[in-house]
Design a protein around this ligand. Structure first.
Ligand SMILES: *Cc1c(COP(=O)(O)O)cnc(C)c1O
Length: 455
């Protein structure tokens, strides 16, 4: 596209009017759909459109989302969907939670961003809240915008504190897509194309296998390769809601202590109540050395992430150079106001208990469905409202996702596992909506059983 500042000014003017305007009429809605398809194809990523087309198959693949509330959102034509994707774990509080929106709106009127030189109070408030809600003696936090930045920070902190370079991570792990986090990812499709990643040693072991972690640490000790930390998700999210054996995290804690390496919990997706405890590690009463959180920390309203550790470890962030780790736009006042409100709502409404109770309702029913159709399902996994439906193959997975979408339920595959669909609704989803999801899913599975040609 040739440079045209005139065009850009006029186009942004037009869209500011739409943003400021109320609901759009049908003719305008249809025009926005066409325009959005074109914008994505020509200026964002054509592949995303193709992907939508395949997952939603006969459904209306060119759906353009417009607004939402609770676990329900609407497209621009006013059709309703129950959200069982939850923004990949970012929507624990649901769409546009009014308490978060109102806090952010108020802070927006005051000041959205800090001077960077004076003390901005909200950053301090949020850091104290994090110290109060995280397990054990965790006391200090650093704020950024995305999950991957929190993991980058955790990696850097572990290296600075231990003066060591090695990491032990899991196969199928997901920690984000910037270079450091990507090095810790457990899937070749994403690690290979960018070429050389993190320069230090990174060892992948099977997830949930504490013996494998211990063996790797033992080998590294014997050959003199120094390990800074073991980095794991409490429950693997992108791998498809994989729950480790109950002794995994307690053993990780014991083994890492014994070998003098740090234990980092990536709570980006599991944190803030998703799995039925406020933190995933609390299922096993384990206190990690470093904890990373993002996604729902911003209440589904603002991007914000954090990595946190105790005072002893944090020393290297403060001394001798307190500016050793910084970011200009991350953890600004607007983002902090969202997180403060999100934490308030999470504690006030005890959202983790809702996740536990709703998961306990869904899981046995999903297990029963899977048992009834053993030629369609491999298994159902998960805890709380982080649930994976594992199908026999990805063709069935696509059909299930498409069938649900046609019936007004949004789900999606997982990044590291194509034949898996996640059920990850906002924790505020209602009982009635849960029953609707179950009914529609049963309907889809019956249809697949009738029409799919199984080999
Ligand atoms: C989503 C996710 C990340 C990365 O977060 P982004 O905000 O997408 O960068 C890291 N770790 C886990 C466990 C995640 O689920």
């Amino acid at each position: 596209m040739p440079q045209s500042l005139q065009e850009a000014l006029a186009y942004s003017d037009r869209w500011l009017q739409i943003i400021h305007g109320g609901d759009v009429g049908e003719a305008q809605a249809k025009q926005i759909i066409e325009e959005s398809k074109n914008n994505f194809a020509e200026h964002f990523n054509r592949g995303w459109l193709e992907y939508r087309k395949s997952v939603t198959e006969a459904g209306d693949w060119a759906c353009v989302e417009w607004k939402g509330s609770g676990a329900v959102f609407r497209d621009i034509l006013g059709r309703e969907y129950i959200d069982c994707l939850g923004g990949y774990g970012m929507m624990d509080l649901g769409w546009s939670h009014p308490d978060v929106v109102s806090a952010v709106r108020a802070q927006l009127q005051r000041t959205p961003m800090p001077s960077q030189e004076l003390i901005d109070p909200l950053r301090g408030v949020l850091a104290r809240l994090m110290a109060e809600i995280t397990p054990g003696d965790i006391q200090y936090s650093f704020f950024a915008a995305s999950g991957t930045e929190a993991i980058e920070g955790a990696i850097k902190l572990a290296k600075m504190y231990t003066h060591k370079n090695g990491f032990i991570v899991a196969v199928k792990a997901f920690h984000g897509k910037t270079m450091g986090s990507l090095s810790m990812m457990g899937k070749s499709d994403y690690r290979t194309p960018p070429g050389t990643l993190y320069g230090g040693p990174v060892y992948h072991v099977p997830y949930g296998d504490a013996d494998a972690v211990e063996r790797q640490l033992d080998i590294c000790a014997k050959v003199g390769i120094e390990i800074a930390a073991v980095l794991m998700e409490p429950i693997q999210g992108e791998a498809g809601a994989i729950v480790p054996p109950d002794d995994f995290w307690p053993r990780l804690r014991e083994i890492t202590r014994r070998y003098g390496v740090l234990l980092i919990a990536d709570e980006v997706q599991t944190g803030m109540g998703r799995t039925g405890k406020l933190w995933g590690v609390e299922h096993w009463e384990v206190v990690p050395d470093i904890l990373a959180v993002a996604k729902s920390l911003g209440g589904g309203v603002m991007p914000i992430s954090a990595f946190c550790a105790n005072a002893e470890i944090w020393q290297v962030m403060m001394d001798p150079n307190p500016f050793i780790h910084t970011t200009t736009t991350g953890g600004g006042a607007l983002a902090c106001s969202a997180a403060i409100a999100a934490i308030n709502v999470t504690l006030r409404d005890r959202l983790w208990e809702q996740a536990a109770q709703k998961g306990n309702y869904l899981l046995p029913r999903l297990h029963a469905l899977a048992e009834k159709y053993p030629h369609i399902f491999n298994s159902v996994t998960g805890k709380g409202l982080l649930i994976g439906l594992h199908f026999k193959d990805s063709a069935i997975g696509y059909k299930a996702a498409a069938g649900l979408f046609q019936r007004g339920v949004l789900v999606a595959g997982t990044l590291t596992s194509a034949h898996t669909i996640r059920i990850e609704p906002p924790l505020v989803i209602t009982q009635e909506q849960l029953d609707q999801v179950l009914d529609r899913l049963t309907d889809v599975i019956e249809e697949i059983a009738r029409t799919h040609s199984f080999d």
